[in-house]
Write a protein that binds this ligand. Structure first.
Ligand SMILES: Cc1cc2nc3c(=O)[nH]c(=O)nc-3n(C[C@H](O)[C@H](O)[C@H](O)COP(=O)(O)O)c2cc1C
Length: 323
């Protein structure tokens, strides 16, 4: 009854466990399934992390590796080591779980990473999620160039990766609507709105760089809700809500706005795996109360295109004076 279709896959529940600390080992992945998750997205394999670990290893072995072909060999085999480790988790997850398993790649460009995605699909990944977010900190690079690269990245990925493909992005684009539409035109099957990235902070006593809480709070879902409400009626791409979804109520809201599924992480970190079952139970009971027998009966009914008052999704200002 609470089944949904996302990226061409049938999910028993629209609640997906997002890429992160809960999807990096088989024990935890099994708990996701037992708790009622519709799918899991494995912890991302990070291009930057592998590159930096490989270069650290290269530095410490430089006395043995002064020949460039030896370095090249070392580089390739080190990368293969990380990829093989990821493939092992993927293969184990495919063997142990019956829900779809989505592999996640965090890549800055698609040069070598496409090959890995192909290997993940061959190893049984039900889909690939690209975790994409370049930080545009170069003052000499205009936004148009940042956008062009993102679209190029999506096109290359689509050309090379055979299988369902989604992209998980942040919201800082000058025209998010145009970016979403461009990803759809590039042939991407689904879009996850929005990733919640690492947030820097400062310890003012130690005068040190530190990190803010990695977990979201339950009031952070509004931006994803707005953009899914704005775009889901206009674009055929599958929308998946993410960030700040902590309750069954917010799952229902995302679906009403047009999401086919949601991804959650912090709600489980804070409240345990049981929250997945609670979300499923809430959704089922809400559907019963409102007379819906299938999620497709109500997904997107509040999207901008479907409503006379849909312009409300575009509101950014509080017009009334607060007395
Ligand atoms: C500790 C931690 C690690 C994460 N690692 C990844 C990752 O490897 N890849 C990714 O796409 N998202 C990663 N995320 C982001 C989550 O998948 C999710 O997008 C984010 O936490 C927002 O969802 P939430 O509000 O339900 O937590 C991570 C989040 C946390 C808290």
């Amino acid at each position: 009854m609470i089944e949904t279709r996302y990226l061409g896959l049938t999910l028993g529940s629209p609640v997906i466990v997002s890429s992160g600390p809960l999807t990096q080992n088989i024990v935890s992945l099994k708990k996701c399934e037992e708790a009622g998750a519709g799918a899991v997205v494995l912890k991302s394999i990070f291009e930057e992390q592998i590159e930096s670990e490989v270069s650290k290893e290269l530095e410490s072995s430089s006395e043995y590796l002064d020949h460039s072909s030896a370095q090249e060999f070392f580089l390739t085999s080190s990368r293969d080591y990380y990829i093989d480790r990821y493939m092992k988790l993927l293969a184990e997850a495919k063997k142990e779980l019956s829900i779809p398993v989505i592999a996640s790649i965090s890549a800055k460009d698609m040069d070598s990473w496409v090959d890995y995605a192909e290997r993940f699909i061959a190893c049984g990944a039900d889909a690939i999620e690209l975790n994409y977010y370049p930080i545009s900190s170069d003052k000499d690079v205009p936004g148009s160039e940042v956008d062009r690269k993102a679209i190029e990245f999506a096109r290359t990925a689509r050309e090379r990766i055979k299988g369902p493909l989604s992209i998980k992005i942040g919201y800082k684009y000058s025209s998010l609507a145009n970016m979403i539409s461009s990803f759809e035109k590039a042939g991407i099957d689904g879009i996850v709105l929005f990733n919640r990235f690492f947030r820097p902070d400062i310890d003012i006593e130690k005068l040190e760089f530190t990190s803010a809480s990695p977990a979201s709070s339950p009031d952070e879902y509004a931006e994803a809700l707005r953009w899914i409400g704005l775009m889901s009626g206009e674009c055929g791409i599958d929308f998946c809500g993410n960030t700040g979804i902590h309750s069954g109520e917010s799952v229902v809201k995302m679906l009403l706005a047009g999401a086919k599924a949601v991804e959650i992480c912090s709600a489980i970190v804070k409240n345990g795996f049981g929250v997945i079952g609670e979300m499923n139970a809430f959704l089922e009971s809400w559907m019963g109360k409102h007379g819906y027998s299938s999620t497709s009966d109500f997904i997107g009914i509040l999207a901008e295109e479907r409503r006379k008052d849909g312009y409300n999704w575009e509101r950014t200002q509080f017009l009334k004076t607060i007395s």
